[in-house]
Design a binder for this molecule. Structure first.
Ligand code: BES
Ligand code: MN
Ligand code: ZN
Length: 498
């Protein structure tokens, strides 16, 4: 779908989206159309319950006296509540409303909003960004889509007062959307297509944007002593991989920031086999890695002035004659030993070596890891927030604020010595499960044992990586959760030598 920002010239055909504020006050373009159509809009409002409230939509077909074939009037709600996220949602919802309407083109009028603060150029860019995020589809495997199931819209034009300035703002947002889309694609791909090596090849594709990509194979990881990660992958016919991505957008002496992702391309549970129903969901157990990869794409795509490292541990957790057994003891790269009491608690094993390797090699300013780590996280927070665990209040606060800004919420969970004790073990340095109680926290305590003094945060994204219900800018399926949040974290605090 082509999304452009153009000057405010009313279209001669297609759909035209205009807006009203709460109370039914029409913005300029809507007012103008109402006049030209001899009151078609006011009449439609009178014939309905539309009052300009947020998320209200009114379709007006074939109005006389104007070029457009169809008007969609959307409610913005109260002007004072209009943050950029609400403007994005308006663009996204408008597109979702019209995408299969039968027309090929949509224009969205971006008018001045009386009583709202925001810069008009930023508003126009946010509208375009919202529409772009909403336009995502994963239908490459649908070979028999009926005509009415396919989008009819092929082009969206946002009509802006200052198109050149709006386009400048949109450029970075468009690059972020590219990253979000990459994550959504990776999360949506089935595990027969996306496995450790094919995922590593996807990472290689980022070199086109100037990202340096290194792929570690099993022999290399063996030499490095990554027994925790390798143990998880040993029951799979697919070789494990670790990928290191480096974006150098700041001076060579600026310490990098680092992002680490769990990339279990399929999690059967291993010998501690998961139950059958719902197991297909475990194709998205690589969501943490998917977010790290999409984030690197976003940062490189918008040429962020930061040095960023992305590290992903890629394995497939399968039961097999060579699979790891409950009771096995493995030695991690850190030298610490782990008794595997449940082969389904595999994500922490992958991250143990990935985190250790990252801090050891890159000495980052901070490390943030992402993982679909525990089912218990979904029980605690549902699908509204990701769990945040951190050893550093400043980093935790910055993540919390960035999450609020982009509507990817995080909620902080506790860490403490008492929880840490729950993974002590009689015959090794630790065991890989702490029991049913506080399952997400003991998993986080496990990770913390592989982090030294570096400021670190762990985001448990088990509840947010996939959505069964769509939102205006997030269609159902792989959400791409975290790309926008971490991009915003970087933009707010770690760019331009701050
Ligand atoms: N990948 C799962 C966690 C998960 C569950 C993610 C549901 C998304 C949705 C993880 O590897 C796992 O199996 N965790 C176990 C840990 C337990 C064995 C301590 C869990 O949560 O049951
Ligand atoms: Mn598991
Ligand atoms: Zn898993």
């Amino acid at each position: 779908m082509r999304i452009t920002i153009d000057e405010q010239k009313l279209p001669k055909s297609g759909a035209l989206v205009v807006a009203a504020l709460k109370g039914g006050k029409l913005l300029d373009t809507a007012k103008q159309l109402d006049k030209a159509s001899k009151g078609a809009i006011s009449k439609a409002i009178k014939a309905s319950r539309f009052d300009g409230g947020k998320s209200q939509w009114l379709d007006i077909l074939a109005p006389a006296g104007i070029g457009a074939d169809r008007i969609l009037l959307g409610g913005l709600g109260e002007a004072k509540d209009l943050k950029s996220k609400a403007v994005e949602d308006f663009g996204g919802a408008a597109l979702q409303h019209l995408v299969k309407c039968g027309l090929k083109t949509i224009a969205i009028a971006c008018d001045p909003i009386p009583g709202a603060k925001g810069d008009p150029a930023v508003n126009a860019a946010s509208l375009a960004y919202g529409a772009r995020l909403a336009s995502y589809r994963f239908d490459k495997y649908r070979t028999t889509l009926k005509p009415n199931e396919k989008p009819s819209v092929t082009a969206v034009s946002v009509l802006a007062q200052t198109p050149a300035a709006a386009r400048r703002h949109f450029k970075a947002l468009d690059a972020i959307a590219d990253g979000v889309f990459m994550t959504r694609d990776l999360v949506s791909e089935p595990a027969n297509v996306l496995y450790p090596d094919s995922m590593a090849q996807q990472c290689k594709g980022l070199s086109k944007l100037g990202v340096k990509v290194e792929v570690l194979n099993e022999a290399r990881m063996e030499k490095l002593g990554m027994g925790a990660l390798l143990g998880v992958g040993q029951g799979s016919r697919r070789e494990s991989r670790m990928v290191v991505m480096r974006w150098q957008g700041a001076g060579a002496r600026t310490k990098p920031v680092a992002f680490v992702g769990k990339g279990v391309t399929f999690d059967t549970g291993g010998i501690s086999l998961k139950p059958g129903p719902g197991m297909e969901m475990m194709k998205w157990d690589m969501g943490g890695a998917g977010t790290v990869i999409g984030l690197m794409k976003a940062l490189a795509g918008r040429k962020a002035k930061v040095n960023a490292i992305g590290v992903v541990g890629l394995v497939e957790n399968m039961p097999d004659g060579n699979a790891q057994r409950p009771g096995d003891i493995v030695t991690s790269m850190s030298g610490q030993t782990i008794e595997i009491l449940n082969t389904d608690a595999e994500g922490r094993l992958v991250l143990a070596d990935a985190l250790w390797y990252t801090q050891d090699r890159f000495k980052p300013q901070f490390m943030v890891n992402l993982a679909t780590l525990t089912g218990a996280m979904v029980i605690a927070l549902g699908h509204e927030n990701a769990g945040l665990f951190s050893n550093n209040d400043e980093l935790a606060q910055r993540l919390f604020e960035a999450g609020g800004e982009v509507d990817e919420g995080v909620w902080r969970m506790p860490l403490s010595d008492a929880y840490d004790k729950m993974i002590n073990c009689a015959i090794a340095d630790m065991k890989n499960i702490g029991g049913r109680d506080a399952g997400s926290i003991t998993a986080a305590q496990f990770l913390q044992r592989y982090v030294n003094k570096v400021p670190w945060a762990h985001l448990d994204i088990a509840g947010v990586a996939w959505a069964d219900k769509g939102k205006p800018t997030v269609p159902k399926g792989g959400t791409g959760w975290g790309v926008r949040l971490l991009d915003r974290l970087v933009a707010n605090h770690y760019e331009g030598g701050k």
